[in-house]
Design a protein around this ligand. Structure first.
Ligand SMILES: [Mn+2]
Length: 303
């Protein structure tokens, strides 16, 4: 019996510098996310979107933590829905929205895991490392701080959302696909000791070997694997509709092989997909690609 999948939309763009990612959940639904998962044999329920105020009605507030009030308020709601989904033995599939979404997703997962003594591991697939804090950020955009905050670095406004900090231990956190990291972010990475597989590592070692290695390590050390996929990890010529495009990303097949390898392991317990930006997209191609990736990670096979 396959688990029931709950689709949870988080139309957030207050954490990003560029507008448009708030339309990501809609674009993925239009790209037949629900139907694709049903074809794979899942029972799917779309729980709709978490209600988020638009930028026009909000104040930036702290310019090192832009829009933190609304991000905090809505992350609490997301965390609660994610935790309830896991408590019901259902699979949370969170669709964004900018990557500040991970604050809420991981807060809910972490709360669920803590209550049951489960160890949490996070695979963060991203062109960036999202390891800034309010002290190191060049932009004040919270989507660049969500992993750091989840590990316990930075402002308490972000680290203490919904459940105690840290949400995940640095030794159980792996970034794959990084190629654009700010100078001060590098220090944060070194300080915490998280594992980072950069694009040059992927070029040299290969995505399949890296993913297999991470999953093997996690199988021995964690009980719940969460995958946080930022679509800007993929080469922007393939996925033009992303919040922050950086050249030199995962190829079409590397991205799918990564997700297929995760599916083969059968060990992913939650998934979020972020930063699809329809404003910058070409006839919804990026959302279609994002939905195909979700399908690959949940059992879609070529043969
Ligand atoms: Mn990101």
């Amino acid at each position: 019996m396959k688990k029931k999948v709950n689709i949870i939309g988080f139309p957030m763009d207050l954490g990003a510098g560029r507008r448009g990612v708030d339309m990501g959940p809609s674009a993925m639904r239009i790209a037949h996310l629900n139907e694709k998962l049903q074809q794979l044999g899942y029972e799917v329920e779309d729980l709709g979107d978490i209600s988020i105020e638009i930028m026009e009605t909000q104040k930036v507030g702290n310019d090192k933590l832009k829009y933190v009030d609304e991000i905090e308020r809505t992350s609490l709601k997301l965390a609660k829905v994610v935790e309830e989904t896991l408590e019901n033995d259902e699979f949370p599939l969170c669709i964004g929205g900018d990557h500040s979404m991970a604050l809420g997703t991981l807060a809910g997962i972490s709360s669920y895991c803590n209550k049951r003594g489960l160890r949490l591991g996070v695979i963060w697939i991203d062109a960036h490392s999202d390891m800034n804090t309010d002290e190191t950020t060049p932009s004040g955009n919270i989507h660049g701080m969500s992993l750091a905050a989840s590990i316990g670095l930075g402002s308490k406004r972000l680290t203490e959302i919904y459940s105690p900090s840290p949400k995940v231990l640095p030794e159980n956190t792996v970034i794959i696909g990084a190629r654009s990291i700010d100078t001060d972010e590098k220090n944060n990475i070194k300080k915490t000791g998280i594992t980072v597989y950069t694009m040059s590592d992927i070029d040299k070692i290969g995505i399949h070997r890296i993913t297999s290695k991470v999953l093997k390590q996690f199988k021995n050390n964690v009980d719940h694997i969460h995958v946080s996929f930022d679509v800007d990890s993929v080469e922007p010529t393939i996925v033009p509709g992303v919040g922050t495009p950086v050249p030199g990303g995962l190829s079409y097949r590397e991205a799918h092989l990564l997700m297929e390898t995760i599916a083969e392991c059968g060990c992913m317990s939650s998934l979020e997909i972020t930063e699809v930006n329809p404003i910058l997209d070409n006839r919804n191609a990026s959302a279609v690609f994002a939905v195909e990736l979700v399908a690959s990670s949940m059992g879609m096979r070529i043969l």
